[in-house]
Design a protein around this ligand. Structure first.
Ligand code: URP
Ligand code: ZN
Ligand code: ZN
Length: 487
């Protein structure tokens, strides 16, 4: 097994930073060393400066990655992606191969994707299908949550089985999308009670889908067909009402851990904050699109252009303080995690399905490549600290979702490492930095201070010198444990 020394950088964790060297042995972090300690221990560069570490087997014989002037942080952990998701009559355009490769380009070393059970389907079949899509195709490690699109006796039994045997310890339910994934309040309560018994986390898509469908039908009847009406028919009240309802149901189910996904509105954040202040096990994530993008600047662009930004929950108005409140929520821990909800669709043949009818536009934005970059810009803009960047994008998502050995730089942890160059610069755009399988970038023109320098996945370098040097099949399925926050 090869050994590497990531030398000369500043190691940043959720709790602080220090000038340290990181010794990697095989797939694992062996030690975090004070400056000079490696030398004192006789750990020296491989003869000939072998950059691969492949021949670096003996003691005092390591491949060195020079991290001088750079930050050395845990590889990113994105706990909300949808590779190949069937949605709106098509499939999310990234495969596990293209999506995890793009993730690696963005400094991400673990994703947690959603296996799907739609209404009327079998949970175990859904999980098997997801394993078949991912196995042997991933550039980085991956786990699964399970979408429960049909709560009944059989799927409740399957939930328990998945926790006990399959390393799947979180379940997404939908208060939106009637007829596809939707669960009613009784079904939600039953699933929550089940999770309470097994120790699982319930993830909630909190939007009142029944009322939204009425608003959508009324808008279409008025001839309001452009993409912007997607947001106008999914007002913040529909998100906050559903968030509150989910919180109350989780409370009645016995303070079952509840994680609100893709939170976009100040009003929904207030519901989460109130529940947390009451002592409920309620957590929430937001996504880069809700921190930076808006109805006015993106979704309401002329013609059909806004379709690129049709996602649910929707983008909000930039005049209503959502951005400001979400950044504040990230600082105060009312928002614990930043994920992407990566769900890419091309304009051609996919988003175009909704030409003349916004409700037929497949919902989703592709961002898996850009979360670390966009959130680092939040550090530069003084919206969060460097440590909070690591905490919300790496450490907390790993701990909250039972990814042992991920999201930290510590002896014994997986050697998942991002070397980040704060003096670099990243220009995002379809003809610039863009590796997702999409015919456009939702982040066109975004300029970010800082840059991904080197990415190591379980001891293997996957990105260096602006080149992908990983391989499909390197990424392994990770069986997750129960949430480290609660057990
Ligand atoms: O627009 C979105 N969010 N698409 C993916 C499916 C979901 O609800 O997360
Ligand atoms: Zn959702
Ligand atoms: Zn999603």
């Amino acid at each position: 097994m090869s050994r590497r020394l990531v030398q000369g950088g500043t190691v940043v964790s959720a709790t602080g930073r220090s000038r340290s060297d990181v010794l990697v042995d095989g797939e694992t972090i062996a030690a975090v060393l004070a400056p000079g300690q490696a030398d004192a221990l006789g750990i020296r560069p491989a003869a000939g400066g072998d950059p691969t570490g492949a021949g670096a087997g003996g003691s005092g014989d390591v491949a060195v990655i020079d991290a001088t002037g750079k930050y050395v942080v845990p590889g990113g952990v994105d706990v909300h992606t949808h590779m190949e998701l069937p949605f709106g009559g098509t499939f999310a355009s990234d495969t596990f191969e293209t999506g995890t490769t793009a993730a690696a380009w963005g400094g991400v070393t673990t994703i947690v994707d959603f296996a799907v059970q739609r209404t009327g389907e079998n949970v175990m079949d859904g999980l098997a299908a997801w394993h078949a899509k991912a196995a042997g195709n991933c550039a980085i490690d991956y786990g699964f949550h399970q979408i429960i699109g049909g709560v009944d006796d059989e799927s409740l039994k399957a939930m328990t089985y998945l926790v006990d045997h399959e390393g799947i310890t979180s379940f997404k339910l939908f208060m939106a999308y009637p007829g596809v994934f939707y669960a009613d309040d009784g079904q939600i309560l039953r699933a929550m009670q089940n999770a309470g018994e097994s120790g699982a986390v319930i993830m909630m898509h909190a939007e009142n889908g029944i009322a939204i469908d009425v608003l959508v039908a009324q808008a279409l009847a008025r001839g309001e067909t452009d993409p912007k009406y997607h947001a106008f028919t999914r007002p913040a009240e529909m998100e906050s009402e559903a968030t509150n309802r989910a919180v109350q149901l989780a409370r009645v189910a016995g303070n079952v851990p509840l994680y609100i996904v893709h939170l976009s509105a100040s009003e929904a954040l207030a519901e989460v904050a109130e529940a947390r202040h009451r002592g409920q096990n309620v957590f929430a994530e937001t996504c880069p699109q809700y921190l930076y993008l808006s109805i006015e600047d993106q979704l309401a662009q002329p013609g059909f252009e806004g379709a690129k930004w049709v996602c649910s929950t929707p983008l909000r108005s930039k005049h209503e303080h959502h951005h400001r409140d979400l950044w504040k929520g990230l600082r105060t821990n009312e928002l614990a995690v930043v994920s992407t909800d990566h769900c890419p669709f091309c304009m051609k043949d996919q988003k175009e399905l909704g030409l003349g009818n916004f409700s037929a536009i497949p919902n989703g934005i592709g961002s898996v490549e850009h979360r670390m970059e966009l959130l680092y810009q939040g550090v530069v803009n003084h919206e969060m600290t460097l440590e909070r960047w690591v905490e919300t994008c790496c450490t907390t998502p790993a701990r909250l979702f039972g990814l042992a050995g991920k999201g930290v730089i510590a002896p014994g942890a997986d050697a998942d490492i991002l070397v980040w160059d704060p003096d670099g610069h990243t220009s995002i755009g379809y003809d610039k930095k863009h590796h997702m399988n999409m015919d456009h970038s939702a982040w066109e023109g975004f300029e970010v201070d800082g840059k991904v320098d080197t990415v190591i996945s379980r001891g293997t370098v996957v990105i260096e010198h602006d080149t992908y040097v990983g391989s499909k099949g390197h990424g392994k399925f990770v069986k997750r444990g129960l949430s480290e926050y609660l057990h």
